[in-house]
Design a protein around this ligand. Sequence first.
Ligand SMILES: [Zn+2]
Ligand SMILES: [Zn+2]
Length: 336
Amino acid sequence: MMRAARLYAVNDIRVDTVPLPPAPPSGWVRLKVEAAGICGSDLTNFRAGLWITRSPSTAGHEFVATVTELGPDVSGLVAGDRVVTDSRMTCGACTACRTARPQLCAALGYVGEVCDGGFAEETILPARLLHKIPPGLRREIAAMAEPLAVALHTIRRLRVGPDDPILIAGCGTIGGFVALILSKTHRAPILVADNNGERARLVAAVAGARIVSLTLDSVAEALGDVPLLHAVEATGSIAAFEALTTSVAGGGAVALVGIFHDTMKLNPNLLVDRELSFIGCQAFSDELPDAIGLLPSLTPELDRLIDRRITLEEVPETYERLIAGRAQGLKTIILL
Ligand SMILES: [Zn+2]
Ligand SMILES: [Zn+2]
């Protein structure tokens, strides 16, 4: 038997004692989970049930684990390998999958939702989803590979260069990681905004960013005459998105990576008259290996961005704490 945090329904997650996963079928492996991160999308699913397709489902798509058993026909992995998982369950057959755009798979689902995930002592997953990590990497750092890939994908979709000022709305995990990645190479100012002053100050300190509010005046004060042509919406708030559309200069682009709960009315002339571009960013494309490669050099900063290290038993109360906005950092890590 083992312990697992399982989502049953909206507002209903429980830590249960359940049987160990079965022997891995062909192409799958058994994993002993070392650490897992709680994602904003886990909380969204808990609150709104957007992606509940089976119940109960062991949650968790951001985790690092050790391979303990190979199913038939697995190559490239051996017992003892430490791996992080690609969070996406793709069909491999649709047009998007066949043209190397798996994040746009017509049947896209996520680990922890369409199959059991990593908020458990053990799990089984297809070997094709697993990526080995560099030796010696600490488990709580390795557990952040997947959201780092999302941040990397957002930066690449936005096509922001090292001399382009950028404004990031939202200092949660993805917004904070975007600022952190850019801080290593960026020469132009990195501006950040968040209603939570503590989080904004943490990200600003870690990434050398400047805190602004989402207004033209505040941005102009930070940049002077230099136009702001690149922004990231990482809050999921319509108000923040609307503020961003007026904070960027004509010709600017806003990358959207936050998950929204509301719809909005949009005047299309905003895009026509001011030549604005809105760029949707869904998870990541092929950035996970690059994100894993960044982990060793980003370890000191990632360490500072960890909210708390918790046990599996603390998952339900931690969901409540995070939803109430009482995070002290960007990422809560479950140690198993
Ligand atoms: Zn995630
Ligand atoms: Zn597909």
